[in-house]
Design a protein around this ligand. Structure first.
Ligand SMILES: Nc1ncnc2c1ncn2[C@@H]1O[C@H](COP(=O)(O)OP(=O)(O)OP(=O)(O)O)[C@@H](O)[C@H]1O
Length: 266
């Protein structure tokens, strides 16, 4: 289990996330939503140990399967990264080395971490890419990161982490760059993956959160202001942001209904 206890992080001038308490167990996808700038990505980066250099911890602890990772060195973080915990960044471009093709990158990671031959590593890469809807595997594998889109790079990261069978995945808006069909594919992969892993998922997509998260946390101004199922959160929205989401949802439902009515009439 990942346990976050009373975590407060920020710059010298300002606390960005405040007194966060949150748990992620294997077998569940925990959702995280909230206004832009409320601190969601900061929380994920803090858990993964890659926060901005001008940030400091004011208070709190992070435990990953009882190991206190709050003050681990970069070297120690690298050791658990990919095995115990993996991160799908919101802007994956900077996480990839543009000199590497996807094939070189995936083969290197799988041979190193899974102790398999290059041939087996390539088979795993092809299988995982296809599972994530990246069916044009020859092109994807022979491309460098600067020849691929942000959504493709996020799915490649997801393919690497599912290939490694990482214990916990922190995913920062992995569906935001995807069309409907590929969102469905990724959602199904996350659902399958949660059987053996725990996932913390940032999303603004209420339909996605509703479909795959039993527990969703809402952040505002660095604090968690509510949690529960999407239906319970929307039935008693505690902030302006959640009220807006409820309104948007109703508009969408009305539109769907109207469209159906119109189609039937026609
Ligand atoms: N390096 C930094 N120095 C100072 N403040 C920062 C830094 N990085 C982010 N912030 C501030 O921290 C706050 C939280 O940012 P964060 O990226 O965590 O928000 P978010 O909820 O993930 O937003 P979004 O939904 O737009 O991705 C914002 O006000 C942002 O301006």
């Amino acid at each position: 289990m990942i346990e976050i206890k009373n975590l407060t992080v920020g710059t010298n001038q300002k606390k960005i996330i405040k007194e966060i308490n949150l748990n992620i167990s294997k077998g569940e996808i925990v959702g995280l939503t909230g206004k832009s700038g409320s601190g969601k990505s900061t929380l994920l980066k803090t858990i993964f140990g890659i926060n901005n250099s001008n940030f400091k911890k004011y208070n709190g602890d992070i435990f990953i399967d009882s190991l206190n990772t709050t003050d681990l060195s970069n070297r120690e973080i690298r050791k658990i990264s990919g095995r115990k915990i993996g991160y799908i960044p919101q802007n994956p471009m900077s996480a990839f080395d543009t000199r590497y093709t996807t094939e070189k990158l995936m083969i290197e990671i799988f041979t190193d971490r899974l102790n398999v031959s290059k041939r087996d590593a390539k088979s795993i890469a092809v299988e995982k890419l296809k599972q994530l809807g990246l069916n044009d595997t020859d092109r994807i594998l022979s491309s460098n990161s600067n020849e691929l889109s942000g959504g493709q790079l996020q799915r490649i990261t997801c393919a690497i982490l599912t290939g490694l069978n990482t214990d916990y995945i922190l995913a920062d808006e992995p569906t935001s760059a995807l069309d409907f069909e590929n969102t469905k594919i990724l959602v199904n992969e996350l659902k399958k993956f949660k059987e053996s892993s725990g996932i913390l998922l940032i999303s603004h997509d209420i339909d996605v959160l509703e479909e795959i998260c039993e527990q969703v946390y809402v952040m505002e101004d660095g604090e968690i202001i509510g949690n529960g199922s999407i239906s319970s959160i929307l039935s008693e929205p505690k902030s302006e942001f959640m009220k807006q989401i409820k309104k948007m949802r109703k508009l969408k439902d009305d539109r769907t209904w109207n469209t159906e009515k119109y189609c039937f009439k026609a």
